[in-house]
Write a protein that binds this ligand. Structure first.
Ligand SMILES: C[S@@+](CC[C@H](N)C(=O)[O-])C[C@H]1O[C@@H](n2cnc3c(N)ncnc32)[C@H](O)[C@@H]1O
Length: 218
């Protein structure tokens, strides 16, 4: 899916996003933030922060930066910060998570919640998460991956051609994702309804990243 199609999909979703995807995905957001075990003073980057449903969950004293490609989704996140008077050091920026403007080694932890099956180039996203994460930092991912259940898996494959419309790839495969990104997963846990989504914790194996090449098309 190209960036313009993603922006269009999330422009459409923004108003009702929390209603559709708020409560149902909140256990995964809570689980990953708990697993991140953030300490006061640490810097966290959340890519594809969306309407900021996760932001109230971070412990006090953590310096959170949230980025998203959709201005409409981020407007909702800003409204949430104001509405819930969240008194933390939270910065929000419209930015492409595959190509950020942060210096290398800026963050202790980098997290993507329900984003890796949305972006145009998941490998570029992971390489960028690696770049901005400190060498001894950690990368966290929560996502739905293609189901091994034959009925659910078939339904996902049938939905796959509609990815531009639904705003994500329903048939996103965990094995392919881990192989292509060379993510060094140290921990994997099921989250959300029926454990149908997964939370991955990975060491920041910077050596696995490929040199940046923004002109590449694949
Ligand atoms: C399914 S939503 C998840 C939002 C949020 N993380 C949550 O937990 O609800 C995917 C988000 O990723 C954002 N996104 C997609 N591609 C992106 C990119 N290349 N850079 C930054 N954000 C992106 C979308 O705009 C959308 O807000």
């Amino acid at each position: 899916m190209e960036l313009e199609a993603i922006k269009k999909a999330y422009r459409r979703y923004a108003r009702l996003y929390d209603l559709y995807f708020g409560a149902v995905f909140q256990p995964g957001r809570k689980a990953v933030i708990q697993r991140m075990d953030c300490r006061a003073g640490q810097r966290v980057l959340e890519v594809g922060v969306g309407t900021g449903l996760s932001l109230p969950l971070y412990p006090d004293g953590v310096r959170v930066t949230g980025i998203d490609i959709s201005p409409e989704m981020l407007d909702r996140a800003r409204a949430r910060l104001a509405r819930e008077s969240i008194d933390r050091r939270i910065e929000l920026h419209v930015m492409d998570a595959e190509r950020t403007s942060f210096p290398s080694d800026s963050f202790d932890k980098v997290v993507a919640m329900y984003v890796v099956s949305v972006v145009p180039h998941p490998k570029r996203l992971v390489d960028e998460m690696r770049r901005v994460c400190k060498p001894n930092g950690e990368i966290f991912i929560v996502n739905h991956f293609h189901s091994p259940n034959p009925i659910v898996g078939t339904a996902e494959s049938l939905l796959a051609p509609l990815s531009r419309l639904v705003g994500f790839h329903p048939d996103f495969c965990l094995e392919t994702f881990v192989r292509d990104t060379k993510l060094e997963v140290v921990d994997k846990q099921p989250v959300n309804l029926f454990g149908y989504w997964s939370m991955l914790r990975a060491r920041n194996n910077k050596e696995a990243a490929e040199p940046l090449s923004f002109n590449a098309t694949a």
